[in-house]
Design a protein around this ligand. Structure first.
Ligand code: G3I
Length: 338
């Protein structure tokens, strides 16, 4: 059998990818997943709004399909996510009769029901959950994101979420997951949050570094510093949502310059960048146990969907094969095996 990325990296960490049901039912992307990856994360199908669209309605169709695909193919499964300020139904925060925000007690009770139900359902199938996603603010002077979770429950929703998840499945790994993880001020806040959870003996396994990066930034110094600082807490680390956009943001509505985004020069720069960051990942293999790409190929990347970048799609790694709709593959990460 031809080797894939997962095989080259077997002595380092798992190699994962974000998937949707459309990637798992056969076809070139399904074959690509089976060959290259030994871990998958549902891109959207396990989020609150997907599985729990209103208080007494649960929708497991897509989440179950992805879980079955993982089990059937012997691929590890990460759960994403149990709590986020986005992709959560408005009902979660509202009293259905008055339309007012619910009390902290009611919100935490709903959160407990949600987490207990979802974690229980995939017990033994999911080995790691992103428990709390993006709770920290990007502005240096503000610590917590001013989400409805925070407005109603203060800091307490974070330890509560980890505690509920651990109670439902004491064996599953539990991560705090965030982006801009290599930015020094946000890095320090993530560090402090996780440190305080550890001090309070809250069951947390580690930190998920999303790693939505550009070719130009963050700097390798900032990335190295972030890994070192997080690892100093003695927790496990995972790269959870890696992509490297080939182009800077363009104003909305402007026609993407697809030719430039897929030019050989751009591919070369992107490949060089992947090489550079995988070197850092390998340096951190003691703490780092998994590296997940955000999307199977440029064809379905969230960046393309939002048309945020010139060429839109020139974002994900598209390791070997899976040519993106608009041009040649953006460049595979280095094989880097021993
Ligand atoms: O499901 C609806 C569909 O019914 C509707 O017709 C369609 C029309 O817009 O929208 C569909 O929902 C979209 C959903 O993806 C599923 O395709 C949402 O509009 C769209 O906003 C949503 O985007 C996702 C985004 O999270 C939401 O903020 C992206 O696919 C997903 O890649 C992205 O992933 C996040 C991680 O979860 C957390 N970290 C950041 C990362 C990138 O933003």
């Amino acid at each position: 059998v031809e080797k894939g990325l997962k095989d080259y990296y077997k002595d380092y960490f798992k190699i994962g990818v974000a998937v949707n049901v459309r990637n798992t039912g056969g076809g070139d992307e399904t074959e690509l997943i089976k060959k290259e990856f030994n871990s998958i994360t549902p891109e959207n199908d396990m989020k609150m709004v997907s599985v729990h669209p209103s208080e007494h309605v649960w929708n497991w169709t897509n989440a179950d399909k992805i879980a079955d695909f993982a089990v059937k193919n012997g691929i590890k499964l990460r759960g994403h996510n149990l709590l986020w300020h986005s992709q959560v139904g408005a009902w979660m925060f509202k009293d259905s009769l008055t339309g007012q925000n619910v009390s902290k007690e009611v919100l935490l009770q709903r959160l407990k029901t949600h987490i207990t139900t979802v974690v229980n359902r995939y017990k033994g199938k999911i080995y790691a959950w992103d428990v709390v996603n993006e709770a920290i603010d990007d502005k240096p002077e503000v610590f917590m994101r001013n989400s409805l979770w925070y407005q109603i429950a203060g800091d307490d929703f974070i330890p509560a979420a980890f505690t509920y998840a651990h109670a439902a499945d004491p064996n599953v790994e539990l991560y705090y997951n965030d982006y801009n993880e290599s930015n020094p001020s946000k890095r320090d806040k993530i560090y402090k949050l996780v440190q305080s959870l550890l001090e309070k003996k809250i069951p947390i396994t580690g930190i998920g570094l999303q790693c939505h990066w550009k070719i130009e930034s963050p700097s390798t110094d900032d990335i190295r510093a972030a890994f070192a600082k997080y690892a100093s807490l003695g927790v496990k680390l995972q790269v959870t949502e890696l992509d490297i956009t080939a182009r800077q943001q363009r104003p909305r509505g402007e026609t993407p310059d697809t030719a430039a985004a897929y030019s050989p020069e751009m591919s070369e720069r992107q490949t060089k960048r992947y090489k550079e960051v995988f070197e850092i990942f390998r340096e951190n293999k003691k703490a780092l146990n998994s590296v997940t790409f955000w999307n199977v190929s440029d064809r379905g990347s969230w960046l393309d969907g939002r048309n945020m970048f010139a060429g839109g799609a020139a974002a994900t790694a598209a390791p070997a094969g899976a040519p993106p709709a608009g041009g040649p593959p953006a460049g595979a990460p280095p094989a880097g095996g021993p």
